[in-house]
Ligand binder design. Structure first.
Ligand code: NAD
Ligand code: DAU
Length: 336
């Protein structure tokens, strides 16, 4: 598409959405961003504080609110859709908000995009493909069949299907990206890496699920943001692009890297109850994105990214302290 002038970013106060908003503010100051965010427990306006007021505007609202969308969407030339319930463990405890936001919310946005002919980019996850065995030489590609495991990933898979159908049937100018596990600053402390860092900072022993050998394919969230911008502005409408930075690591290796950097022993953690239905391994082949759009990750040194992430949580305790007790109490109630 031509360079967008006026975009809506849903979920722009969450971890990855706010990184994208900060990226656009820094790299494309001519683009106006309307952040649409419900400010759930995972959304924090602090994540976009300090950005120029004439460039970034926050609208607090629900993507399921069709009347709000009818007022908000006209006049924008693209919607970049990050808003979601995003945590697997929460989806296992209570799937309903996932159905509502991830499926109904995406439907409402697609309908608004259709009515007002607005370009739509949908942020999805590699989890829609299910999992791989540890010794499987394959990685996920755009052709891998959908096989989601958790309530979370099944609602993301459903939302992807809606996007594909709205493109094919109604001609909505849509693209989809499926990205692997993000890390970096501003990630909610319920997630693996920030949970362990903030546990250590609070004097709590880190918690590892199952046998710790599950593999995630880590990417720095800034590399994700640049990929989304490239797909939005240069990607082929109707296409899906996988985003990944060749960052496969087992959970126990990641945890031990955190322990070492924070001056703890290699076994200073607790084994806890496994996640039901726990996916074994994710791995992304991002050749299409690299070949067609020339995207490359910049944060290729995981150790460096981890050091910076640990430093950020150490220096920004005001940002996460208030949520810590409640987050850990929820895990403790599940034996995790
Ligand atoms: P997050 O949980 O940190 O943030 C979600 C944001 O969406 C919050 O600001 C929340 O307030 C907002 N939100 C939730 N429900 C809403 C609703 N009904 N209306 C409006 N706003 C609502 O999530 P995240 O980790 O930043 O993930 C963002 C997106 O990226 C999600 O779509 C997720 O599926 C996808 N994704 C995440 C990862 C990852 O590693 N975290 C990887 C690949 C894809
Ligand atoms: O792959 C992309 C997905 O990555 C995104 O779609 C999700 O939104 C995002 O939350 C993430 O999902 P995961 O389930 O992989 O991330 P999480 O941080 O919850 O867990 C990462 C791994 O660490 C997973 O194998 C479970 C394990 N884990 C997690 C926690 C919170 C532990 O061993 N201990 C923990 O305390």
């Amino acid at each position: 598409m031509d360079m967008p002038k006026n975009i809506i970013v849903t979920g722009g106060c969450g971890f990855i959405g706010s990184n994208f908003v900060r990226y656009v503010a820094a790299e494309h100051p001519e683009v106006h961003v309307t952040v649409l965010d419900k400010l759930t427990y995972a959304g924090n306006p602090e994540n976009i504080a300090g950005l120029p007021e004439d460039q970034v505007e926050l609208v607090v609202g629900d993507i399921c609110d069709a009347e709000l969308l009818e007022r908000l969407v006209p006049g924008h030339d693209a919607i970049v859709h990050y808003a979601a319930e995003s945590h697997n463990d929460n989806s296992i405890a209570d799937p309903e908000p996932f159905l509502r936001t991830n499926v109904e919310g995406t439907y409402r946005l697609l309908e608004a995009a259709r009515r007002h002919d607005v370009r739509f980019h949908h942020i999805s996850t590699d989890e829609v493909y299910g999992d791989l065995a540890l010794d499987d030489p394959a990685r996920f590609t755009e052709e891998t069949p959908y096989h989601p495991s958790s309530p979370y990933s099944s609602t993301k898979a459903s939302s992807d299907m809606l996007v594909r159908a709205w493109h094919r049937t109604y001609g909505v100018r849509a693209t989809i990206s499926n990205c692997s596990n993000n890390y970096g600053p501003y990630q909610h402390i319920e997630k693996f890496i920030p949970r362990q860092i903030t546990n250590i900072l609070c004097g709590i022993r880190p918690k590892l699920y199952g046998d710790g050998r599950n593999v995630r394919d880590w990417i720095h969230t800034e590399d994700h943001s640049r990929a989304v911008w490239d797909i939005l502005t240069k990607g082929r409408v109707g296409e899906t692009y996988l985003i990944g930075a060749d960052g496969e690591r087992s959970n126990i290796d990641v945890l031990r890297a955190i322990l070492e950097r924070m001056g703890r022993g290699a076994d200073d953690f607790d084994w806890v109850r496994d996640r039901p239905g726990h996916d074994r391994r994710y791995a992304i082949d991002s050749a299409k994105l690299r070949r067609e759009l020339g995207w490359r990750p910049v944060h290729t040194d995981f150790s460096e990214g981890l050091d910076a992430t640990i430093a950020w949580y150490t220096e920004h305790q005001d940002w996460w302290r208030a949520a810590k007790d409640e987050t850990e109490a929820k895990y403790a109630a599940k034996g995790q």
